[in-house]
Design a protein around this ligand. Sequence first.
Ligand SMILES: NC(=O)c1ccc[n+]([C@@H]2O[C@H](COP(=O)([O-])OP(=O)(O)OC[C@H]3O[C@@H](n4cnc5c(N)ncnc54)[C@H](OP(=O)(O)O)[C@@H]3O)[C@@H](O)[C@H]2O)c1
Length: 188
Amino acid sequence: MGQGRVGAPLAEALESLGHEVTRWTRQSSPEQLAGQDVILVAVPFPAVQDVAGAINTHGGTAVVIDCTNPVGPGFTHGLGSQTSGAEHLQALIAQPVVKAFSIYGYEVLSSDPSEWPAPRVMMIAGDDEHAVRLVDRLVTDLGWECLVVGGLAASLHLEHLTLLWVRLVRGGGHSPLLAWHAMATSGA
Ligand SMILES: NC(=O)c1ccc[n+]([C@@H]2O[C@H](COP(=O)([O-])OP(=O)(O)OC[C@H]3O[C@@H](n4cnc5c(N)ncnc54)[C@H](OP(=O)(O)O)[C@@H]3O)[C@@H](O)[C@H]2O)c1
């Protein structure tokens, strides 16, 4: 849902992996959401309210990926850091929500993984184990190192991480390809 700077490249990348992708736009009928395994929400945060009804009614048992970021004035958190946008969406729909593809600007999302010097980390968060596993697989297939950072409540931290990225890149002169890495020599 949403064919902008985030939705369009993700749709293309998923299609190139062989997934069947339906591009849902403002003009699409809500019935097109029926039978989807995954619904990726890539609309501006204020539009979440508009699309949530269609997901709830027609989304069946789909896993919902929340790519949105609630951004307030001066790169503050749009919900006053009281709750995450992902939890806000989850309160509107029955389908399990996983936060993913949200912590970078579109430049990173649309860059070619084969040109990355090392796998970049995509942090995701969600409460539903099956949903998290499925999104983990998609993220990994798309070339990312996937790091599950916690339940859906951890999305608030991811949304703050996005704000940090935005401050560093849009305001601080860092490269728009700035990406987070997780370095560890062992899991101990
Ligand atoms: N831009 C980034 O770098 C970035 C990175 C990560 C996450 N995000 C988040 O991802 C989301 C999308 O960002 P974006 O940069 O891709 O935005 P965008 O380029 O402005 O695209 C937004 C898309 O959502 C559609 N849309 C808007 N309102 C809608 C509605 N009420 N119903 C259905 N579709 C609607 C737009 O359709 P129309 O063209 O018809 O308006 C457009 O296809 C945002 O929540 C943003 O915070 C953005």
